[in-house]
Design a protein around this ligand. Sequence first.
Ligand code: FES
Ligand code: FES
Length: 184
Amino acid sequence: MAPSTSSAITLNINGEKFTLTVDHRTTLLDALRERLDLTGTKKGCDQGQCGACTVLLDGRRAVSCLQLAVAAEGREITTIEGVAEGERLHPVQQAFLDLDGFQCGYCTPGQICSAVAVIQEHAAGWPSAVTDDVRPEAGPPPLTDDEIRERMSGNLCRCGAYVSIVQAVARAAASEEQDKGAAA
Ligand code: FES
Ligand code: FES
């Protein structure tokens, strides 16, 4: 008997469970968009080059066009539809709106998902390729424009909205820092 080429899987997306049968070759991106109608995640290059399809897997950035849906089973998947907290926009979403961090908007869901993780990675002290002092005891480097550009460099914007995107990420990072300070 020929081996089966499809499997029933359960995906945990934005806190909800979705059970579906997929061909083993189905990417997470296609499962989200074509099977589950979660079309906020965009397909740009379909080759891992543009970042339009970025989602969070267990809180870390991943390009969903290079991820098989079957391999995402058991992971906590967050798409742009799950970034806000109920009616309250995520600070990154609010900053993109306030500072016009987009033009056509096609790259924006991926940019926002990436930025959410960038801010967390930076706060956790992760260095980037442009960080001068990478010693753990140095702590997080200042989140300069160069740091933001480098950390967001996997997300392309064909409209060239980069200046506003960098400003939006900086503003969201600052507002999250402020919130943390107020809660401490
Ligand atoms: S569509 Fe996935 S990186 Fe471009
Ligand atoms: S806003 Fe159009 S591609 Fe980025």
